[in-house]
Design a protein around this ligand. Sequence first.
Ligand SMILES: Nc1ncnc2c1ncn2[C@@H]1O[C@H](COP(=O)(O)OP(=O)(O)OP(=O)(O)O)[C@@H](O)[C@H]1O
Ligand SMILES: [Mg+2]
Length: 321
Amino acid sequence: MDCRGGGWEIMATHTIAVGNQKGGVAKTTTAVNLAAALALENKRVLLIDLDPQANATSGLGIEKVPGSSIYAALMDECTVEDLIRPTSIPGLELVPSELELAGVEVDIARSDQHLYRLAKALRGVHGSNVYDFIILDCPPSLGILTMNAMAAVKQLLVPMQCEYYALEGLTTLIEVVDQLRTSGVNPGLGFAGVLMTMYDSRTNLAEQVVSNVRDYLGECVFNVMIPRSVRVSEAPSFGEPVVTYAPGTAGAKAYKDLAFELMERCARGYHFEIAWDHGDEEDDMDSGEELSESETDVEQEHEEAPGRDSTSDGAEEKAAL
Ligand SMILES: Nc1ncnc2c1ncn2[C@@H]1O[C@H](COP(=O)(O)OP(=O)(O)OP(=O)(O)O)[C@@H](O)[C@H]1O
Ligand SMILES: [Mg+2]
């Protein structure tokens, strides 16, 4: 099914948490650019910054203001609707974050129904059918905020960096999802997909990693891969996602393609369950042999130079499927 050119509708609000307890794998970059790309396709999108680092907030050029984060809604002091604000991208709205959100870990951990706080707070927004997509940018941990996100959404989108330790931690994540499902906290939770990020097609390593991950996870892995690109990494410093900051670049095109692939999956009702039945293979992958010298050299050789016009654009074009 080709979903370009419209002609089909998103019938319900899709709630997607962008999560991976590993740090720096492009969760925020993906949440912001996916949300923006969907909005550019005339979808109504609410992005919720659930990370006290507030990178999604600053990446959209929005000031971090104490009292503006979802903390107050989680503490029943206001509604989520009170906290929603517009962004410079039509159709994209944001619940910002701020450092105060870090307090949630302590403040709601001991309270009743602490895993359901976000699900409960989102009921009104979800029920109003105002949005086609609600996207949550999770912090790099499996703490209270991420658990609340996973209790509140239907799907988890897992960015995975194209690096040697890509699969590290995935078993834990799958186990947590399983526990949330089987314990009845969120029986309908599934995976929207795994997204390979920071792909550099000029290295053998990236190719090997992608091939390994695809072998293990099959069709759960999105066809689209996000290429490594200076444009993607510099866009937040201009307060914009790359899809508006440098729309013609391969990184931007890849995120637009991701939006299409996700919409296509949603329209088909895709819902992946990952069963990890590969024995010690994750360990093998994590602790396998050292990188060969030539692979290390290739990686260093192609290290991106900041300020270069479009970095690995050659690679980006190859990589943006
Ligand atoms: N495709 C890409 N090409 C180059 N750099 C990238 C790309 N995607 C992300 N980055 C950079 O990698 C770093 C980590 O990205 P990001 O902040 O999105 O990861 P994260 O998983 O949200 O991190 P954290 O775990 O701290 O929340 C950032 O500096 C970002 O600009
Ligand atoms: Mg982040």
